[in-house]
Ligand binder design. Sequence first.
Ligand SMILES: [Zn+2]
Length: 232
Amino acid sequence: MRTWSRTFVLFALCVTLAGCDFCGMSSIEGSTKRFVTTVPQGYVSSYILDVGEGKVVLIDAGGNAEATEITDALGKMGKSLSDVEAIVLTHAHSDHIAGLAALGSLPIYAHPGVKTQLGEETSATLTKEIADGSRITFGARTLEFFHMPGHSPGSVNIIVDGMVFFGDTAASDKEGKVRLSPGFFTDDAEQNLNDLKGFASKVEGVEVDTMFFSHSAPLTGKAELEAFVAGL
Ligand SMILES: [Zn+2]
């Protein structure tokens, strides 16, 4: 069985075990907003950031071991893997790292908390370890990182020029509200909630254009994040 199929079967099994935890979540679609192109692979998405000077940065390698959705999306942008400056991981759950092998020997940036899972599931190693609060510049874009260990040990949120990437530390529902990802996949839901409270206060003065979630549709602004944490 192809790895993509294995990943899908595993995912379907998890969804079954998780009951209807996914039912209220909005669905993801391919789109480009400002410098961010969303690349869906069924139930999970990766992102291509245009950082200028002909270069791009990938956020997450996706759930397809052949990474065809990502290479196709790069092709539509007139780019190839040689234009990818780095792959930045929101975390190392298998549906976010399965594409690494097909993407070659590109530099991989992630929080060191991903190392165990990355080592168990891939032959990839980290090029650069990202610390909480660090900022890394690629071309014209600076990415800022926030460690969010509740979902998984190496989870981070990323902000770049008003675009916020939550990975799986949050999701959106069909009513356009913020919610947690299904608990079945989260290591420590209580910590996850504390992470989101802390994150919301850290970005209090930050203008947010769009919030992106790996398994559900994006939301405009950050009002729904503020409403979610206010209700905790
Ligand atoms: Zn996850």
